[in-house]
Design a protein around this ligand. Sequence first.
Ligand SMILES: Cc1ncc(COP(=O)(O)O)c(C=O)c1O
Length: 383
Amino acid sequence: MSSLKSKFLLSPDVTYLNHGACGACPKEVFWEYQKFQLDFEQHGCRFMDFSYPEQFHRSREELAAFVNCSPSDLTLIPNVTHGVTTVLRSLMLPSPGEILLTNQRYRAFERLWEESALERIIPVETMVNFPVSSNQELLENIWSNVNRNTSAIFISHIASPTGLIFPVAELCRKARERGIFTIIDGAHAPGLIPVDLEAIDPDFYIGNCHKWMSAPKGVGFLYVREELQAYLKPLVVSHGQEFPGAIGSPLVDDTLWTGVKDSSAMLSLPALFKFYSENDWSAQQERAHQLAVSCHQSLIAMFGNPPLFQPESSFYRQMFAYPLPTKDLAKVKTFLFEKHKIVIGGFPYEDQAWIRPSFAAYNSEEDRDHLLQALADYFSLTH
Ligand SMILES: Cc1ncc(COP(=O)(O)O)c(C=O)c1O
């Protein structure tokens, strides 16, 4: 067992390989989160008026340092879905026009594209060609769909189905030169790869802390370039701008108070950053990536299907997708969980079941071997 696993609440008999869907949280961060919940219960409104704004800003400021942007350009939100919806409902794109997407997008936002289409902003899809061989090729492929009607590009920093990392900094730079808005869905990126917002320089960047950062569930962030903040319409309207601790920034203040809710996940970010520094987090992440690389190589050796990108390449980090010789994903997942207590992500695509193993800092060589052995058993192969 990895020495870090005992620092997480994951059940010892579970092999968790789906951190990309929902991260596991370290025990000491989870205790801190529960302390905030208790504090709310013990001090009620008093805690809301006094400690709450101070903690909210502290979390926001530490997170801004982590993703390298000014704290005044970033606010805390419950999740990426909230942030993407806020941005798309606020942006008044010229109509008729086009918004560029890729086929590697996260599918929960389809209704937003339908709404755009009703306003005559047509979603245009770039099909990503696999195997991927260079960032230049990726960039040229996406850019080949840009034309004078393109008013915005919406792209995942790291694709949900395949783990592919997109060259978003180069894309944002080219888009800015053409006056095209960039909206980056960074659900998977923070905690998985360094996110440097000053270098990427997007118009909007929305990230999650409860995936690869391992925060308690219910915290993400919305970054908005300073000149665009005045156009943002909050998804939820409440006391925010008049709430104690408001700092005179609509972006931040509107999210400071959105009605009574449990904000403890947001407030526990400083405990998370402390956990990273005390547990050599970057080295653990690198070790986890090497587990992903060797798992990827072994799957290719076992099943012989070509990979989407080379296991040793830099197109992914800690999470990748691989096709299995079956259509029945549900059956494989049920077998893996019921017989082996392995939790793994996956999706059906082009008549094949794809698994998406995620290796997090707490995963071990035994976890990797457990998955490979369980798949060998399922497909009656020798591993
Ligand atoms: C690329 C991408 N965007 C957005 C989301 C939505 O994240 P959340 O459910 O935290 O809003 C996900 C979730 O898996 C995702 O993979």
